[in-house]
Design a protein around this ligand. Structure first.
Ligand code: NG6
Ligand code: CA
Length: 505
């Protein structure tokens, strides 16, 4: 009898333990946001690309939710990343635009950010990859000491970043506050206005370049690793990165963070640089896509995601880790360098069926690949819910049981949509190409603008027009038929709503 009672007691204890274990797992999933740079809606095979294979992302999508109406807030990088960090539309804050590599930090240090939200809930937090939200208190700064405030001051326990874009100086990594591999006898100086030091520039020495810059677009200042950059830099010879190793360097650091924190809940913002220019992937990917270096960079990106997935499985973390995969803005082919991307356009239109691309108010600017995977909680599906990166703040607050930060005024709790339990996403959304657009019930209104309609340098339709534009996205995803004159009432209603939303909050 005693033995039976003892067995029952053990069984109950084990049951309760398993129950508790399951609950904590669901309450505090690990979260990895893989945020890539300039990847278009039509760039992945799971989004319909036919001439490139992205097997790892296809697998991630097949096991999670693949959104067909997922958005960044903006058609360029810094604003989208600002929204991701703050839960607020970036155009509400002055000065949030593509930043030079020496810009000061623009994310407030005294407000709740996405990583701070996770910290509040007891997570270890890290960013590995592209930053592009500024560093330090001012433009003039000493790159050779502690460079701060930066990611560590806005919520990341650990940071391993490059400051701005792959085509901007300084072309170095920073780990927490310090430039990696800096030789104190060879200090770094950076200037965006005048040449400093004796380094050759792409403008004066095109013969030294392994990849030519596009005429008229700049990218011909200091040469680093055979590539002309935006901005001037001197010193830091040992610290300068090798473009071909960018991705593997980020991957190693991301994996080290995951491994080191496998016993705690963690939040990793893994900000990959592919397929932003200059596209110079590792040799193992070169020539593999048949689509030039841009395609090869996409293969490298896909492979990197696969390596993270493999590691999670090996550490037995895969079931209870949420992976969000998305891009900061739409695609561009010729963004400053003469690689083969443009010539391969017909084989591989990176925006799929959408109109426009990076820099554009058309859907190609902000409608991007958006995948959410969480094996314990998600039943795989394709979702048409309208979701945005600005919603990650409120949604994760709800998932990890934290209050939605009051500063995150534009962020909506879309947990049900993100977990695939509902196809209802946002009802209203504002996107930022050159000008602002508003989307409601499948109708999109683009504010009139006198800006150029076609950006010749990058060969992208900007969406600018001097008169109002109205599109029915449910029937006309390619934004071919402007219905503003046909439906003046609807046009007016959306224009007024946009104005009202701009004034509020
Ligand atoms: C633009 C650059 C472009 C790219 C972009 C930033 C020129 C003419 N073009 O100003 O090459 O670096 O900034 O891209 O300088 S983003 O994805 O980070 O927004
Ligand atoms: Ca970008």
């Amino acid at each position: 009898m005693k033995q039976i009672l003892f067995l029952i007691l053990i069984a109950n204890t084990l049951g309760a333990f398993a129950q508790k274990q399951k609950k904590t797992l669901k309450d505090k999933p690990n979260v990895i946001c893989i945020y890539v740079d300039d990847l278009g809606y039509g760039d992945l095979s799971c989004y319909g690309a036919t001439n490139i294979k992205t097997p790892n992302l296809d697998k991630l999508a097949a096991g999670g939710i693949r959104f067909t109406n997922g958005h960044s807030t903006s058609a360029t990088c810094t604003p989208s990343r600002f929204a991701f960090m703050t839960g607020q539309y970036p155009w509400r804050t002055k000065g949030v635009a593509i930043l030079p590599g020496d810009a000061a930090l623009i994310v407030p240090t005294d407000k709740v950010t996405l990583p701070k939200l996770f910290k509040q809930a007891g997570y270890q937090t890290a960013i590995v990859g592209k930053w592009h939200l500024g560093l330090g208190d001012q433009v003039e700064k000493n790159w050779n000491g502690e460079v701060k405030p930066g990611p560590n001051e806005v919520g990341f326990d650990y940071s391993f970043i490059f400051p701005a874009t792959a085509d901007r100086v300084p072309t170095v990594f920073l780990e927490n506050h310090k430039v990696v591999a800096l030789d104190p006898n060879d200090p770094i100086k950076v200037d965006y206005y005048k040449q400093i030091g004796n380094d050759p520039t792409g403008k004066d020495h095109p013969e030294l370049l392994k990849m030519q810059s596009s005429p008229g677009q700049g990218h011909n200042q200091t040469i680093v690793n055979g590539i002309g950059r935006i901005g001037y830099m001197s010193g830091g010879k040992l610290a300068r990165w090798v473009d071909e190793e960018l991705s593997s360097t980020f991957l190693d650091n991301a994996k080290a963070f995951i491994e080191g924190n496998q016993k705690k809940p963690f939040f990793l913002y893994f900000a990959l640089t592919e397929p932003h220019v200059p596209r110079m992937p590792a040799t193992q990917f070169r020539g593999k896509s048949g689509l030039g270096l841009r395609g090869d960079a996409i293969l490298q990106m896909d492979w990197t995601v696969g390596e993270v997935m493999k590691q999670l499985k090996a550490l037995n973390l895969d079931d209870n880790t949420v992976i969000v995969f998305t891009s900061d803005n739409g695609p561009v082919l010729n963004d400053g360098y003469l690689d083969e991307a443009e010539a391969k356009y017909k084989d591989h239109p990176p925006m799929g069926k959408l109109r426009g691309g990076k820099y554009s108010a058309f859907e190609g600017g902000t409608r991007v690949p958006f995948i959410v995977s969480w094996p314990t909680m998600i039943k795989p599906k394709v979702s048409s819910a309208l979701v945005s990166q600005v919603d990650l703040m409120a949604t994760f607050a709800s998932i990890i049981k934290q209050p939605i930060p009051k500063e995150a005024t534009d962020s909506e709790d879309l947990t049900k949509a993100f977990l695939g339990q509902s196809d209802q996403g946002r009802s209203v959304y504002i996107t930022q190409g050159g000008s602002l657009s508003i989307v409601k019930d499948g109708w999109k209104y683009i504010t009139p603008s006198n800006g150029q309609a076609f950006n010749k340098e990058v060969q992208i339709e900007t969406g600018n027009a001097p008169t109002p534009q109205l599109y029915n996205l449910n029937e006309d995803i390619g934004e071919k038929n402007n219905l503003a004159e046909k439906y003046p009432e609807r046009t007016k209603e959306l224009a007024e709503l946009l104005e009202k939303m701009k004034q509020s909050k």
